[in-house]
Design a binder for this molecule. Structure first.
Ligand SMILES: [Fe+2]
Ligand SMILES: [Fe+2]
Length: 168
């Protein structure tokens, strides 16, 4: 990921990245197990900012700050022990709600950011889509990053997955 984008993410969300809550997210594993919720959230914020800038250049108004802050916080609900320790099917439904609560209480999230966090699992765990462009950017960036995770898992052991010689 380009340094410039990461710098811009830090300008808009440095308080989140440097918080105790985000430090906790560094110890919560994400899909690929060798990655954390913190690393995934930073990657998502970078992709989301690139996507938001592209949309802004093409006439779709999206707040870069809403996109970055919601992205950094979208999986922060996983840092709550009762969410983290629950079954994965339950976790998938509860972490967006917990995340929105934490975003509001600890980081002063606005309505757009909270909506983006609450609906980011659409259409997997909620049938309600995001209500703002920022939410659509987040849910798209999140899925792109999850695809990256799947690629990392496959690449680690291509024989296990039957994809030896694949260009994946
Ligand atoms: Fe999530
Ligand atoms: Fe995510």
């Amino acid at each position: 990921m380009k340094d410039g984008i990461l710098k811009d993410v830090m300008k808009m969300g440095g308080d989140i990245v440097n918080s105790e809550r985000f430090a906790k997210a560094k110890n919560v594993p994400h899909h690929s197990k060798d990655g954390s919720i913190a690393a995934h959230s930073l990657e998502t914020a970078c992709y989301a900012l690139l996507l938001a800038r592209w949309l802004n250049r093409h006439g779709v108004e999206v707040s870069e700050e809403d996109v970055v802050r919601a992205s950094l916080l979208h999986d922060i609900g996983m840092t709550e022990d009762d969410v983290f320790l629950s079954r994965s099917s339950e976790k998938a439904h509860t972490h967006p709600l917990e995340g929105a609560r934490i975003a509001r209480e600890e980081f002063g999230a606005n309505e757009t950011q909270m909506d983006a966090i609450m609906q980011h699992m659409w259409p997997c765990c909620t049938m309600v889509p995001p209500h703002h462009a920022a939410g659509w950017v987040l849910t798209t960036a999140d899925k792109l990053c999850s695809l990256n995770d799947v690629k990392r898992i496959f690449r680690r052991n291509p024989r296990q997955w039957g994809i030896e010689g694949s260009t994946l």
